[in-house]
Design a protein around this ligand. Structure first.
Ligand code: HAM
Length: 437
């Protein structure tokens, strides 16, 4: 018996959605703007597989991180390997660096990537199971100006997409020298509050104490307000590094707010961490997150590789752009519409349209429609300056009627003269002649 007796249309999986044409155009706008700014700053494109070996994410993200513990889509191959749908893009970039001998490339290496990532989250506002990111990574540089550039790029992208009141929340997590001292203080503090912690935080206390600072439970937020802060425990080197990052942000007039409890969800971070918000944003979810991850390569068994990066949450950006009317997209309409009447004309049009494309003419058509008036109506609706008309006679003698939709004049031209004629009409329009739109 059918499992679907009502024959309902199958839906997309929970937390995963289609990008319909209107949203796809906004998606492309976000990606194009991100690419433009990243390329200006010398970043090169890279793409890594959607599937990776499970171990790649275990240590770098943290065995007790939410993503590793609950959110990875894991599958076993026929050969017995354990693979996951990539939950994030940074560990794969580091894998690719090691695998492809990038160590011999001139450093720092600046890379950007975009595409889908997968986390089995509880779908709620701003959280999807398939979501899209635009990420940038700088590999092989400790200079604090790199951290500042990594923050500046998404800040400019968002500002140029029209976002107002963009603000960077920033903190330093110190390094492997000073963080253990802070960890001890944090445990001392939370030991006294243990009985008041939520169930998850009781577990975090034992497994990953920094994540105590990330709890969203009201009661834990209250306890956190008196917890020790990493900034007070930074060693001289980390303090100097952080101060320098903030000075660059001041210099670049990038608005930021110190968030002493910002820890982020993955173990690979050290020193700078940040998230970017747009104030007044509906879901109050970060539009971008990132930071420095000098120890990630060592987690994977390689030599230390000081690096920093971030990723823009493209779905959240699209959602906010739609909400705030930032989606106006200037579309270029075709200049020419091809109208055909009769079977011979349809056949000729099938070939002619490609010849016009090769000659650089932006031409539109409705080849499956046969009715003359219906086609003319479309040409007029699109606002094309020129309609090309091919009837039975023109199909036979190799001519085309060129109708100037604005001047309301028409000429019959031979196919050899067609492109020249089209270009001369369009040239007169661009010289400030009357325009149809
Ligand atoms: P992340 O904070 O997990 O960092 O993700 C970056 C951004 O992706 C978030 O700020 C958010 O906008 C978006 N995002 C994350 N999860 C979801 C979700 N479930 N649904 C919708 N959007 C989401 C990373 O992934 C790091 N790899 C970033 C990085 C690069 N750090 C250093 N280099």
């Amino acid at each position: 018996m059918s499992k679907n007796p009502k024959k309902e249309v199958i839906q997309s999986p929970k937390g995963m959605h289609d990008l319909l044409p209107d949203d796809f155009k906004i998606y492309e706008k976000v990606i194009e703007k991100s690419k433009e700014i990243a390329e200006f700053y010398g970043f090169l494109p890279i793409a890594t597989p959607h599937l990776e070996h499970t171990e790649l994410f275990l240590r770098p993200l943290g065995e007790t991180s939410d993503v590793v513990e609950k959110e990875m889509y894991t599958l076993r191959t026929k050969g017995g390997d354990s693979l996951v749908l990539r939950p994030e893009g940074t560990a794969p970039i580091i894998r690719s660096y090691a695998e492809n001998g990038m160590v011999s490339w001139p450093h720092p290496i600046k890379l950007y990537y975009y595409g889908s990532f997968f986390r089995h989250e509880n779908p709620q506002k701003g959280r999807l199971r398939e979501f899209r990111q635009f990420g940038i990574e700088v590999l092989g540089d400790t200079d604090p100006i790199i951290d500042a550039i990594i923050i500046k790029i998404p800040y400019i992208v968002l500002s140029e997409l029209g976002f107002k009141n963009v603000i960077v929340h920033i903190n330093s997590l110190g390094d492997k020298n000073c963080r253990p001292v802070f960890k001890k203080e944090l445990l001392n503090f939370y030991k006294k509050k243990f009985n008041y912690l939520c169930k998850d935080c009781k577990r975090r206390f034992k497994e990953s104490p920094f994540r105590l600072l990330d709890c969203k439970e009201e009661s834990c937020i209250e306890i956190k307000s008196n917890a020790p802060q990493m900034i007070d425990y930074l060693c001289d080197e980390c303090k100097e590094h952080f101060k320098s990052v903030l000075e660059f942000l001041d210099e670049g007039k990038i608005p930021y707010s110190l968030d002493n409890y910002l820890v982020r969800g993955f173990d690979y971070y050290g020193k700078t961490v940040f998230e970017i918000f747009s104030k007044g944003e509906s879901s109050n979810a970060a539009l971008c997150g990132g930071g420095r991850y000098d120890d990630l390569m060592a987690f994977l068994g390689g030599k230390p590789l000081p690096s920093a990066g971030c990723a823009l949450g493209v779905d959240r950006v699209i959602h906010e752009m739609k909400k705030n009317n930032l989606t106006q997209i200037k579309e270029k309409n075709p200049d020419v519409f091809l109208i055909q009447i009769g079977p011979a004309a349809k056949k000729r049009s099938f070939v002619l349209i490609e010849e016009l494309r090769n000659a650089g003419v932006f031409v539109s058509e409705s080849l499956s429609k046969d009715n003359f008036r219906a086609q003319l109506k479309i040409a007029s609706k699109i606002g094309c300056r020129i309609a090309l008309i091919i009837g039975q006679k023109e199909a036979m003698d190799g001519t085309v009627i060129v109708k100037d939709m604005l001047e309301e004049t028409q000429d019959m031209v031979t196919q050899e003269k067609l492109v020249e004629k089209i270009k001369s009409i369009l040239k007169s329009a661009s010289r400030g002649g009357k325009t149809k739109r």
